[in-house]
Design a protein around this ligand. Structure first.
Ligand code: FO1
Length: 331
């Protein structure tokens, strides 16, 4: 059973953790390929940081800080404090001492000419996440957010997604998102094959705009999904009209999408009418939307979607796989 998932950071990583547990119990020969979002990537103090790739690698490799959901467990921030003492900006980014080692290895390897995909595979040799982790692209594709300048509200500026997310906690109204360089980006090696050769393709409950949306924005990836032979099932990141964590609502609003399980499903669209999903899981609290989602051509089930622990997440993953196999993809 070959499963390919697109994934962002914390929500995606936690879902894949449960997917691994379910698949290992239910199938003999299992492989998972994760196509990770790199739109959040940023240069910090000369180091290349890949938040979503690292969150997946650390979560599946058991190096993650379980409370924060990002960065390393048992972390310290002495280097960050020292940089702050020197008055060096940015001071808002939580750069951990253990985490810096990952960025030093990555930056040195990139400077030596290795691709992000090669570097990611090398880092995974230590962390052994149990999945093939591919960046969506090796090329620069950094998400920036168009906001009203805090210093000059009459002016619109684009700030890096991380600054908007961390420094401003998404409190500045996002007028739009621009992924710098995306039009020239190509899918990383293995990405299109992971889509075309999958038995099942899953969209975890990642941020539909800046995580899944950024992956879909890499030229060629959305087309590959539309024409994939595998059924494609998504898991709603919105429960009872609110994101479970993170600030996906601020992102959805910027795109004019209602913050609801139904609206996110319809935004991805039914594959039979040119979209990318054949099936969609909503939480039991959103069961009233199942009929409408089905009417849009998307098979839909309502199941518990709170990833409270690995067993609960494994049950969600089982439901997603089950729905995918029950969904006859017409195309
Ligand atoms: N998120 C925060 O809310 N505050 C931080 O200081 C922070 C630092 C950080 C460092 C490394 C890393 O890999 C992730 C980090 N994140 C932090 C999370 C990150 O901003 C988000 O998880 C993703 O970019 C959005 O999914």
């Amino acid at each position: 059973m070959r499963v390919t998932t697109l994934a962002g950071g914390i929500g995606g990583a936690r879902f894949i953790r449960g997917l691994q547990t379910y698949l290992q119990e239910a199938f003999n020969d299992v492989s998972i390929t994760v196509i990770g979002n790199t739109g959040d990537d940023i240069w910090i103090h000369g180091l290349r940081v890949c938040p979503d790739l690292d969150t997946i690698m650390y979560t599946l490799g058991d190096g993650i800080d379980p409370e924060r959901g990002w960065g390393r467990r048992d972390e310290t921030f002495h280097a960050k404090e020292e940089l702050q003492a020197y008055g060096v900006e940015p001071t808002w980014f939580g750069l951990g001492d253990r985490d810096i080692a990952t960025h030093l290895v990555r930056t040195a390897s990139l400077n030596a000419g290795y691709s992000l995909a090669e570097v990611t595979a090398a880092l995974c040799q230590r962390w052994k996440p149990g999945v093939e982790l591919l960046p969506m692209t090796n090329d620069r594709a950094e998400t920036h957010v168009v906001v009203d300048s805090p210093d000059d509200p009459g002016k619109r500026i684009a700030i890096h997604f991380q600054e908007w997310w961390i420094k401003y906690r998404a409190s500045l109204t996002a007028h739009d998102f621009a992924i710098i360089g995306i039009e020239n980006a190509t899918p990383a090696p293995g990405v299109l094959e992971a889509i075309s050769e999958a038995d099942v393709i899953l969209l975890p409950p990642s941020n539909p705009v800046v995580s899944i949306g950024s992956i879909l924005a890499v030229p060629g990836i959305q087309e590959a999904l539309v024409s994939a032979s595998a059924p494609i099932v998504g898991v709603s990141p919105i429960i009872s009209g609110a994101p479970v964590r993170g600030m996906a609502d601020a992102c959805l609003t910027a795109k004019g999408i209602e913050t609801s399980a139904r609206a996110v499903a319809l935004n991805y669209g039914a594959r039979r009418s040119g979209g990318i999903v054949d099936g969609w899981l909503v939480d039991t609290s959103d069961a009233r939307n199942v009929k409408e989602i089905e009417a849009a051509g998307i098979a839909c089930r309502s199941v518990p979607l709170f990833m409270t622990d690995v067993p609960a997440t494994a049950q969600m993953a089982e439901q997603a796989i089950d729905l995918a196999r029950a969904t006859e993809h017409a195309g």
